[in-house]
Design a protein around this ligand. Sequence first.
Ligand SMILES: [Zn+2]
Ligand SMILES: [Zn+2]
Length: 320
Amino acid sequence: MISKDNIFEGPPEQKPGPASDEALLEPLSELAELREESPLRIGVHVSSAGHIYESVDRAVIYGCDCMQIFSRSPRSWRAKKIAEDEAAEFCKRRQHAGIEPVVVHIPYLINLCSPDPQLHSKSTDEFAADLRRAALLEANYLVSHVGSHRGAGEAVGLSQISTALREILTQDRSDVLVLLENTAGSANSLGHSFQQLQAIIEAVDMPDRLGICFDTAHAFEAGYDLATREGLEKTLADLSHWVGIEHLKVIHANDSKTALNSHSDRHEHIGRGQIGLEGFRNIVNHPFLRGLPFILETPLDEQGGYEVDLRVLRSLRKRT
Ligand SMILES: [Zn+2]
Ligand SMILES: [Zn+2]
């Protein structure tokens, strides 16, 4: 789950602020126009380095309809406080840009499944703090991986996270929805099947505060074959059966570098991985999915960055 080699979920180390490179800006302004034509709600995970409100400016440069950020460093327990005036500026800029929804991703160190009482308790406190930060930013969703049972077994892990979420959500007064993200299922990580996600939702028993975020790369790596139409239908039938399609709120649109059922989390540019262009054409046009926000967590490498994937994903959407 919390794979070190997954560079895509970290705040991409990409050009913060307005890009000075003209060659980059030109295709981006084209993207903003494409947004006008396309009913697809699409955005990217942007860096929140500097003042947190600058993340909105980065999303605007990409012509995003929606966005995702970390509200603090994803690999450290230390969190810089978000000042109220910074949060207000974030909300102002976001509103002005018409960005909807705003998704906050939980840091990687948090592990609500942990069988270690100390780590479990620390994770619970930090998760609650992140939920308050998300509320301060008026974010719609807080996305979290399920976590790792560290060898204690699935039943222990699911029980640990359910207890923690129930405690956190009972005490929280905000209306931020927590979304459990499906994972690739590496090592002892949980949340790689819809059945596991449903077990948590059922145990927490607060359906209006808990939903799911569907990561296409993670699903493929966990064994859901999104490369074919039949595979997509089967996956969505499984999702409907266990979780209920109404609990699905956000799609993380990422292709996968690794094979079906590899349990290895490596994101790839849309259409260049194992899910492929046809797979994504089916995904963005599926009636169950087409109205949902799509967030890219694709790599920045020699093939390009988000500008490439935004263009590809928008071009796959059929006009209605
Ligand atoms: Zn994630
Ligand atoms: Zn993801």
